[in-house]
Design a protein around this ligand. Structure first.
Ligand SMILES: Cc1ncc(COP(=O)(O)O)c(C=O)c1O
Length: 374
């Protein structure tokens, strides 16, 4: 009789629900025999990476027999110049998910708690639970709030106690797209005790428009030494497939994060691609312009259908489809379009749609229009 390995698993892992990624195109091709597929399900950049990143990757291919630079010297130097801060404040990750997990591993124990909001990014509960720490979930804003389903600073503060070690704040948040404005986040950071690590996850920060008043939390690092800001090359930089992200924090915090990091967590192609991508300001600008236009395209269609959507400062829109989002997701799949149901985030009537190229958005709009008529 084979032993029941579930009973052997660490308590937090026993009840852990794995992360549900966006459905890969290859899976839809296999399951439905479709060839012309549009994927708008993982908030990727429809322009792809900077051509400079691709050149750097090609040049680095011949060195694949060697381990990567475990300290990521060149990428850290490029980031420190770009962001105007010391390399001692940086921790590189295999995507920003990796640094989110490093923060949990460095600071949480089964005796501690992590606080985050309802509808917040799914990796926070996973990294908390895997360690056996307790997740405390703050009520989000009500649907009639100007920032519906967004983080509610007072609800977050109410859950902080002597056992709290980490607060996770996605700004802007995925899957809602909502954000805490500058004054709100600043007041929240000021109200959180210095003994609580605050992770501000800025995966979408490059897409933020000035008028949104969504802050760049790096400005507060010297004022709040308990702050960790995480960022990624997966979204606006178009490098999701290579897995590279980073954390910026007080050097002592960075030292702790680096202690739990795997020796070569960022591969050599990711290192050179990210370094080259950072330099390509015009590619980033093109990506943002495309996103702005695509956002308008999708919002115009929603307006015509009479559908509401949540405010979004990212490269995706969370749309209230007025019926079970998972059913709409399945109907779209049959038409070769992959979007993202968000019932697992407590939003059963919403569908999260990533902004694609103009043609991809048009395909989605045509397919969704047909599904909504059924
Ligand atoms: C809010 C947020 N944080 C972090 C991530 C992780 O991205 P990556 O691990 O690709 O950097 C994502 C990805 O979807 C995200 O939406």
């Amino acid at each position: 009789m084979i032993c029941d390995f579930l009973t052997l698993a660490a308590p937090g892992v026993r009840t852990l629900q794995p992360y549900q990624p966006g459905k890969p195109e290859s899976e839809l091709r296999r399951e439905y025999g479709l060839s012309d597929i549009v994927k708008l399900a993982s908030n990727e950049n429809p322009l792809g990476p900077s051509p400079r990143a691709l050149i750097a990757v090609r040049e680095a291919l011949s060195g694949l027999a060697r381990y990567p630079d475990g300290n990521g010297f060149e990428l850290k130097t490029a980031l420190s110049v770009k962001l105007g801060l010391s390399t001692a404040m940086l921790t590189l990750g295999n995507g920003s998910n990796d640094v989110l997990e490093l923060a949990a591993r460095a600071f949480l124990t089964p005796a501690h708690e992590a606080v985050f909001s309802e509808h917040a990014f799914a990796v926070y509960p996973i990294v908390t639970q895997a360690i056996g720490a307790t997740a405390r979930v703050a009520k989000a804003n009500p649907p009639d709030h100007p920032m519906p389903h967004g983080h509610n600073p007072s609800a977050i503060l109410e859950l902080i106690n002597d056992r709290t070690r980490i607060v996770f704040i996605a700004n802007p948040n995925n899957p809602t797209g909502t954000w805490l404005k500058t004054a709100e986040l600043e007041a929240l950071l000021a109200a959180i005790p210095e003994s609580v690590i605050v992770v501000v996850d800025e995966a979408y920060v490059e897409y933020v428009e000035a008028e949104a008043d969504c802050p760049n939390a790096l400005h507060w690092l010297s004022r709040f030494p308990n702050l960790i800001v995480t960022r990624t090359f997966s979204k606006a930089y178009g490098l999701a497939g290579l897995r590279v992200g980073y954390a910026v924090s007080h050097p002592q915090v960075a030292d702790l994060l680096n202690r739990v990091r795997q020796p070569f967590n960022v591969n050599s192609l990711a290192l050179v691609a990210a370094t080259a991508a950072l330099d390509d300001v015009s590619h980033l600008e093109r990506s943002k312009t495309l996103n702005r236009a695509g956002m308008r395209q999708l919002q115009d269609a929603c307006r015509q259908w009479g559908l509401n959507w949540l405010p979004s400062a990212g490269n995706f829109l969370c749309v209230d489809v007025g019926r079970p989002g998972r059913e709409v997701f399945l109907d779209l799949l049959k038409r070769g379009v992959i979007a993202r149901p968000v019932d697992n985030y407590g939003l059963p009537q919403h569908l999260r749609i990533s902004i694609g190229s103009e043609a991809e958005n048009a395909r989605l709009i045509e397919a969704l229009g047909a599904v909504l008529k059924d």
